[in-house]
Write a new protein. Sequence first.
Length: 664
Amino acid sequence: MIFRQHNPRREGWSRAITRGPGARIGICRLAGLLLAVAVLPCRALPQGSGALLDLSFDQLADIRITSVSKNSERLAEAAASVFVITSDDLRRSGAASLPEALRLAPNLQVVEASAYGYTISARGFNSSAANKLLVLIDGRSVYTPLFSGVFWDAQDVMLDDVERIEVISGPGGTLWGTNAVNGVINIITRSSANTQGGIVSAGGGNRQSDAALRYGATLDGGLTYRIYAKYTDRRHTSLATGDPIDDGAHHAQAGFRADWQQGADRFTVQGDAYRGVEDQPLPGMIAISGLHLALGPIKLDGANLNARWERQLEAGGHLSLHLIEDHTERTVPPTFGEALDIVDFQFQHNLAPIGMHALVWGAGYRYSIDRVRNSRYIAFLPADLNQKWASLFAQDEMTLRSDLRLTVGTRLERNDYTGVEVLPNARLAWTPAPAHTLWGALSRTVRAPSRYDRDIYVPGAPPYLLDGGSTVTSESAQVAELGYRGQPTATLSYSVTAYHARYDDLRTQEVAPSRTYFYFANKMEGSTRGIEMWGTWQVMRHWRLNAGMNALHEGLRLRPGSNDPVATATAGLDPAHQWLLRSSLDLDGQRSLDCTLRHVAALSNPDVPAYTSVDVRYGWRPRPDWELSIAGQHLNGGGHAEFTSAATRSHFGRGVYAKAVYRF
């Protein structure tokens, strides 16, 4: 997505600012230019098994997760709104990328904006700068301190190696820190001990083609490892008129993982390196201050190294140390470039149960070295900035009775912009019967300011039209949740969560008293409320139905003294409701058929019509070592759009994707 804004020359800015809401909306769009051009233009079959549905219905209920309490616990008993995408779900979805796979989670809003650009949020506030969702890949946080969001075009994994994806909607600040405001996505890959042997896969269709190779083996001493490489070519999309949009992309990535178990100690080292080139979408000219700029391709490079040590203590205790180094580079001509290095250290101690108490505590330290290459059009000042975050958390899960658990905890986290933030949390879970859990939670969490909030200036030299946000503080949320998760029959399970959240100090864009420039402030507040539900019905042994929906109401208002007329309309770009229905059918021991019906309500700003999509995947396993599949997307009509204004947005028509996987 690229915004077009025709502004007068610098000497006429003061006059332009006073010409009413139309001009001001344009200035807001110009202020969002950075994110617009950077963000949006920004399992395998069981060996020897005849069953294509890898997990039985009972096994689904017994899945163990770690994201809710940082202790291993059964999904059925977790006191949170958490949906798990299993490896079986991923394989049968036909998804060719991580954002596509996340559409399986009914508690997420996933919006496709271009060939490689996605915005993803939970419980509202979705936009090109969606910044209230924390995303982790094997414990490595991938949010960027540039704008507190995620560059989804840079996040990739071998989906065949993913064990599960835990999707929590709702606050997770106590355990995961600032920015876990509306949700946490925790992507967990398999141990290399469980990915022995090789995989060669190749896929292609009218929207993209890709190829991947992965090999795992065991060395002397019990050390296991895997290495992989993959390449993806995404073809450009089109407008509703059929005219092409210049948003094709080419990505290459390689990586490894090694695991070693020695007595009570377990060691893991893994890493990835990637490189990509992405065309910036049409219109290929942006007008700033009367000058027309030709946009070149976006270039991104990165590498990360992730080392983890875990020790199982006597009587059920657990220790872990986690060290991460992450390097990313992004060049968005002609507006800016960035080289970012982050070092992240995490320590956690799960104490052995003491009577009714199960304590977990930990500490973390995160240090970033950010180097921005500014331009005459946009600048981050200072261009070079080192930042640090330090945190300490503790949480106690108390078993009050055999059927009643109370969890209380808090995190203290310090950042360079606002100092120490306090993130408390309390959860109560009642399990009146083994297959039924009623829970409630009260939480406070925050989104700390990013460089985009504090340090951005437009243009790159004075006089400024956007003069930073030196007074911007943290956005905070107080959240109440009530949920139920149960299995009323041997073949039916479901989860329902209702929530209410109150937000304070939301960011706005204000006009200075001189009426000659804009600046960022915190003069908006409001609330959201909604309901999330999903369920699974095992109709027959080889046929499973899944359904999910969420409904959302957002109410935002400006505080007295604010003169930003568009903040309440643009802070959240979210459908009032969405739902999906999935059918997973094993036709026989070799063939499977999966169908998904998905509906998303309309958006009002910008106006994006509601749409319904039908996706179908047919899989065939002619031999234990071969799997062939063909998937069709949006098969029910002429296509739809999901984001941005009609003049420039991508229109997604019918798609087809065929894939072959060979295991050796």
